[in-house]
Design a protein around this ligand. Structure first.
Ligand code: MF3
Ligand code: CO
Length: 258
């Protein structure tokens, strides 16, 4: 069942998502060659708590950190570590969730460390474009498949593959609610979106094949062929004629083009 959120619930999600966006904007500038991924995690946890929120991922199904940091062929759920250092040319996906008065916000972006390859830059730009095109489909009366298809079409047109094992999701009083939001689908299929539904839309796109596997740590998902992967995510609310991007960031500008 897909819940419709009340104005009071939306206000809490707005706050949780604003904390996520505000912290991600700061983390973005910490992505530099030589930085340990654990430093980013420690900063994220401190900043979320300083803003009165709680980390959403810490302890979720046993996940051991506040932030997911997924580098290059890592797709999602990379566990921060003091020994894992960011290197020049890496692309670094940062995924963060926050709880505010029992309501969740969730967002992610991929950042370049130093000078990256042309192909890596294109992958990042296309993945963000996939998110923008998905968001452009969201409005009261649209079908969920329209949103899913927009991601698949955008990635496919660029010659990239979408990850099929992980999906976006409804979000609200829990991190993961109905519906599941795959990054592929048929236009005109799926549930009808209604005003007040809240969704976390998160394209995960690979430069090579779509296959992924989970490493021995039980969390880190990597591409099977070792190709690069990028990830962008926003928490949004369905409105008449469009959507409100709850995780749009300081000034409502989000972190890049959206
Ligand atoms: N944005 C991711 C998701 O929606 C982050 C979850 S990480 C976890 O699944 F540790 F909480 F699982
Ligand atoms: Co998510």
């Amino acid at each position: 069942m897909v819940e419709i959120k009340s104005a009071a619930e939306l206000e809490k999600m707005r706050k949780a998502s604003a904390i996520v966006a505000g912290v991600l904007v700061l983390l973005k500038d910490m992505v530099k060659p030589g930085a340990a991924t654990f430093e980013l995690n420690a900063f994220a946890e401190r900043e979320i708590r300083a803003r009165g929120g709680e980390p959403a991922f810490l302890g979720y199904r046993g996940y051991p950190a506040t932030l997911c940091v997924s580098i290059n062929e890592e797709v999602v759920h990379g566990i921060p570590s003091p020994s894992r250092k960011i290197a020049e040319g890496d692309i670094v996906s940062l995924d963060l969730g926050c709880v505010w008065e029992n309501y969740y916000g969730d967002a992610a972006l991929t950042v370049a460390a130093g000078k990256i390859s042309k192909e890596a830059a294109r992958l990042m730009a296309v993945t963000e474009q996939c998110l923008a095109e998905a968001l452009a489909q969201v409005r009261d009366g649209a079908r969920l498949g329209d949103v899913c298809h927009a991601v698949e079409r955008c990635a496919g047109a660029a010659g990239f593959a979408v990850v099929r094992e992980f999906t976006g999701h409804g979000i609200g009083r829990r991190l993961h609610e109905d519906p599941s939001i795959p990054n592929y689908g048929r236009p005109g299929s799926g549930i009808v979106l209604r005003e007040g539904m809240t969704l976390a839309i998160e394209p995960m796109i690979c430069a090579g094949g779509p296959g992924v596997e989970v490493k021995g740590d039980g969390w880190t998902a990597v591409t099977r062929d070792g190709s690069l992967s990028a990830h962008f995510e926003h928490t949004v609310c369905v409105k008449q004629g469009g959507c409100e991007v709850l995780s749009a960031g300081p000034g409502g500008t989000a972190w890049a083009h959206i």
